[in-house]
Design a protein around this ligand. Sequence first.
Ligand SMILES: [Zn+2]
Length: 377
Amino acid sequence: MIKTLVLPLKTSTLHFANVQARKQLMARGAKMELFITQPDDWHLHLRDGDLLEAVIPHSAFHFRRGIVMPNLKPPVKTTAAAVAYRESILKALPANSDFTPLMTLYMTDTTNPEEIKLARESGFVQAVKLYPAGATTNSQDGVTDLFGNCLPVLEEMVKQNMPLLVHGEVTDPGVDIFDREKVFIDTVLIPLIQKLPQLKIVMEHITTADAARFVESCKAGFVAATVTPQHLVLNRNSLFQGGLQPHNYCLPVLKRETHRQAIVSAVTSGSKRFFLGTDSAPHERQRKECSCGCAGVYNAPVALSLYAKVFEEAGALDKLEAFTSFNGPDFYGLPRNTSKIKLIKRRWKVPESFSYASGEIIPMFAGETLDWMPSPV
Ligand SMILES: [Zn+2]
């Protein structure tokens, strides 16, 4: 008979007892299951058109809500555009899905404070995204001078209690690509917080020990960070393992091992300042495997398995649920989900690819075997 161990995920004392019990049960062939509040994805690229239709089922299967990034072509710059994009996402959802897209606006040099009021009034727009011009996919329209052009908008965001989501890298070609996050903290984020200490900021997809330390040093409740699965399980060697690996290329680019370890320590410490944001960013295969490949890792199908693996290896499974399901809504001031999902300790093989009308998408860890399988309750 297969026994099931359900981890209550409460205190570290309980966790220690669970580890012992888990080892004994696993040794006897028992099945381990975690029941956690359904997670949200606080950083998600859903794209549009047939690519949206191809990827939305994966996010909707795992997550209850998703902060949907606005870097379409053209970008989602207005509340009206966000409402229209939301409609097309809802239309593309599988039947019976209760996935809720949380919309964002793309900040430009000419974004108007009135637009922030409209965004808040809509009830659909939850945040504004700052892409320094040229930082990543479809960021040509991004901000060129935050302090020179965007202060009135930022002040209105403080009034409306609307978070600013930042792609935290400078784009100066003179700055080494591996140093761009740290330079952004020093030259943009620290002055921004000094100017507007009441502005809520999410430093998206952090990749360095510097960023983790910086977020921890800020006033609680005002600065937080999302963390992707790839920055928790891969380091920059993965870009070159046995040859160039385009499907591990994303921005901010993977960093050295010491940074990966620092990020793992930060998220598994139990700090409320870090939460789940996959940065799942699909591109058609040919756009990754070419002479100038796009940045972005498609991780929606594997993200929860990988987060569970990271917390398990750190001996911190009791802190997984806060990271996946509590810290994000608490920071945004949104209710926590009431639905649950199950994570089963069972090996499963990641598909080699997903076909859709315009080609195929290669997921992170394509063809590899993972240990944790998410499942509806
Ligand atoms: Zn992103």
